[in-house]
Design a protein around this ligand. Structure first.
Ligand code: SF4
Ligand code: SF4
Length: 109
């Protein structure tokens, strides 16, 4: 690999490490649309089997430990929300933070 290409790859790597998606507000929407690489679909609940009642991932610690071992950075968690467009659960949480009504917030269960 020549020097310019190596520099470009380094720069690209740096850019990819930066968080470029908006904050994850733990609404659980993504795990109700499909599963990630570590998930399993629950056909009755129509969500990942590992999504908890409070919209957390029951495999979080296991996944983080595994990805650290692989040297993955960024990993599955901590890089923001990639499904923020027209995501009603996320919008409700954000609205409730801004003082809006959150009584009907399905994401909070
Ligand atoms: S949809 Fe976005 S905000 Fe909601 S849990 Fe998934 S990543 Fe987080
Ligand atoms: S394993 Fe965790 S992060 Fe992946 S889809 Fe299931 S609940 Fe979501």
């Amino acid at each position: 690999m020549d020097r310019e290409l190596a520099q470009f790859m380094e720069l690209l790597d740096e850019e990819l490490r930066k968080i470029s998606c908006p904050e994850c507000v733990k609404c659980g929407w993504c795990c109700r649309q499909t599963v990630c690489y570590y998930g399993e679909w629950d056909y009755e609940k129509h969500q990942c089997k590992f999504l908890t009642e409070d919209n957390l991932c029951a495999k979080h610690d296991e996944i983080v430990a595994y990805e650290q071992q692989l040297g993955l950075n960024p990993g599955l968690f901590g890089s923001g929300c990639c499904v923020n467009f027209m995501n009603p659960y996320r919008l409700r949480i954000i609205k409730s933070r801004q003082g809006g009504c959150c009584k009907d917030n399905e994401a909070n269960g």
